[in-house]
Design a protein around this ligand. Structure first.
Ligand code: ASP
Length: 437
C-alpha cells in the first residue's frame, strides 16, 4: 500500500476544532501514516502564533526578565486545545521543563521548537499514533546546517519500524543533541524530508488555501487556482512569496520525484495544487502563473567597446560580491551592462558601489536607479508556443506601461519583465487578463 505523508500548518492546528478537522482528514485515508504538525497558528487575524510568543519569551528571558505573561499565554493555548478535545493528556510536566529552561539558560532554537513539540504530543494522543521526536531523526551537523544524508539514513531506518508516527516539524538536533531549527515556516521542509525517507507516493501539505493561485488575489480579482505546476515552474515563480510553501521544501521530494499536493484543511475535498516533476501543459493554459514584487534597483553601466574588454563583467560582479550583494538579472547590450539587484541589499552602500565599479572598470557612465518591480510570467505551455511574448507586451503596451527590462530564461519557461513600481499592479492585471478571457 502506498504511503502518504501529511503536513498540517499552524492555521490547521490553531485550536481544538481545527484539530478535529485534521483528525478526520487523517482517518479518512489509511495511507496517511506519517503526520507532521506545525505549532498552533493564528485563530483570528489579530491573534499571535505560538512560535512568535516563544521567540518573545526567549528575548525577554535572555534579557533577564521572566516572560510571565507570554509563557502563561502559551501554556493556556495548549490547555485549551487539550480541554476542547477532551483528551486524557497532561502537558504540565513539559511546561515545567520549559519554564525551568527559561529561568536558567534560554536557548533560542530550543524554545522556538517547543511549539511543534507540544502540538505533536497532542496530535499523537488524539490520533493514537506514536510520537517520534524530530530531535532523534532530523539531523543537523556541528555547523548547525541540515545533514540530508544522515537524516535520510536515520529517519528511513526508524520509519521502517513504525507503522504510524507524528513527527513535529521545524526542528531537529545536532550530533550533541542540541536543538536546531529550520528558517520560519520550516515545518514544510520537515514534511518533505519525511516524505522522502518514507518513500511516500505523495506529500500532502495541508494549509488554509486550496492551492496556489495564478496571481496574487490582492492584485487580481478571484484568480484561478493552479491545478498542476512543475517543480521547475514553481522555482521560477518563487517571487510569489505568498507563504504557501517554504521554498526549500521542494528539494528533498524533488530528488525522489515525489509529488506535493497543496490542500486545504477547511475544504479537504478541493483538489488543490499538484506540484510534480514533469507535466504536459494543461490544454488551453499557456501561462501557469504570474508573480512578482517590487524593491529592485538597476545598476546601469555604459562604456564604449565594452564587449572587447576581457573580464569586464567579472570585475563588476566581483565588486557586488565583495559588498555581499547577489544579483537577480544581468541584461546587457553591446556597450551597456545592467545588473538588477534587490534594493534592500544596496541600502547605504550606493556611493561605495559606484566608486568601486568606477575603479574596477572605468565606465563612461554609471547610474543606480531604484523603484523597479520584476514580474515573472511562467508556464510550461510557453515552450515552443509562438506569440506568448507578443501577447504579454501587447497587453502591457496597450495600457500605456513602459517596460524597462525583458529577460527570457533559456528554458523558455519564463519571461521576466521589469516595470516601475507604480505600474506593477496594473501590469500584473493586464497580463493575467490577456491569458484569461
Ligand atoms: N512554527 C514555525 C513558524 O511559525 C514553523 C512552521 O510553522 O512551519 O515559522
Amino acid at each position: 500500500m502506498d504511503v502518504l505523508v501529511a503536513k498540517f500548518g499552524g492555521s490547521s492546528l490553531s485550536g481544538a476544532s481545527q484539530f478535529e478537522k485534521v483528525a478526520n482528514i487523517v482517518r479518512a485515508d489509511e495511507r496517511r501514516r506519517y503526520i507532521v504538525p506545525s505549532a498552533p497558528g493564528k485563530r483570528y487575524s489579530s491573534d499571535t502564533k505560538v512560535t512568535d510568543l516563544l521567540y518573545q519569551c526567549y528575548h525577554l528571558a535572555s534579557g533577564g526578565t521572566f516572560p510571565k505573561e507570554e509563557f502563561a499565554q502559551i501554556c493556556d493555548r495548549y490547555r485549551e486545545i487539550i480541554h476542547g478535545l477532551d483528551l486524557d493528556l497532561s502537558l504540565e510536566d513539559e511546561f515545567q521543563v520549559i519554564e525551568n529552561h527559561l529561568k536558567t539558560c534560554p536557548d533560542e532554537a530550543y524554545l522556538a521548537s517547543r511549539g511543534e513539540y507540544l502540538n505533536g504530543r497532542i496530535l499523537a494522543d488524539l490520533l493514537h499514533f506514536p510520537f517520534l521526536d524530530a530531535a532523534e531523526v532530523i539531523c543537523f551537523n556541528k555547523r548547525l546546517s541540515f545533514d540530508a544524508h544522515r537524516t535520510q539514513d536515520v529517519l528511513s531506518a526508524r520509519l521502517k519500524t513504525m507503522e504510524h508516527a507524528v513527527i513535529p516539524g521545524f526542528y531537529g538536533a545536532d550530533p550533541d543533541g542540541r536543538i536546531c531549527t529550520f528558517s520560519r515556516g520550516g515545518s514544510d521542509i520537515t514534511g518533505s524530508i519525511v516524505a522522502r525517507a518514507a518513500d511516500a507516493a505523495l506529500y500532502e501539505n495541508f494549509t488554509d488555501v486550496s492551492g496556489f493561485l495564478m496571481a496574487d488575489p490582492r492584485i487580481v480579482d478571484h484568480p484561478k487556482v493552479i491545478s498542476t505546476i512543475t517543480y521547475h515552474e514553481l522555482r521560477e515563480l518563487s517571487y510569489m512569496g505568498a507563504g504557501v510553501l517554504h521554498q526549500d521544501a521542494i528539494f528533498p521530494v524533488r530528488e525522489s520525484g515525489i509529488p506535493i499536493n497543496i490542500k486545504n484543511t477547511n475544504d479537504p475535498e478541493a483538489r488543490g495544487t499538484m506540484i510534480v516533476p514533469v507535466a504536459p501543459p494543461d490544454p488551453g493554459r499557456i501561462i501557469t502563473g504570474i508573480a512578482g514584487h517590487n524593491g529592485f534597483s538597476f545598476i546601469t553601466i555604459e562604456k564604449e567597446m565594452m564587449n572587447n574588454e576581457l573580464g569586464f563583467g567579472r570585475r563588476v560582479l566581483t565588486v557586488l560580491e565583495d559588498n555581499g550583494i547577489s544579483f537577480e538579472h544581468l541584461p546587457s547590450g553591446i556597450d551597456t551592462m545592467s545588473v538588477v539587484v534587490a534594493s534592500a541589499f544596496i541600502g547605504e552602500k550606493k556611493q561605495t558601489i559606484i566608486h568601486e565599479i568606477c575603479d574596477a572598470v572605468n565606465p563612461d557612465h554609471i547610474s543606480i536607479e531604484d523603484g523597479f518591480s520584476l514580474i515573472a510570467v511562467v508556464g510550461r505551455g510557453m515552450i515552443r508556443t509562438q506569440g506568448t511574448a507578443s501577447r504579454i507586451f501587447d497587453a502591457v503596451a496597450r495600457s500605456g506601461i513602459n517596460v524597462h527590462l525583458i529577460d527570457q530564461g533559456s528554458s523558455e519557461l519564463n519571461i521576466i519583465i521589469g516595470v516601475k513600481d507604480e505600474d506593477f499592479e496594473s501590469a500584473v492585471r493586464v497580463i493575467y487578463d490577456a491569458f484569461n478571457d
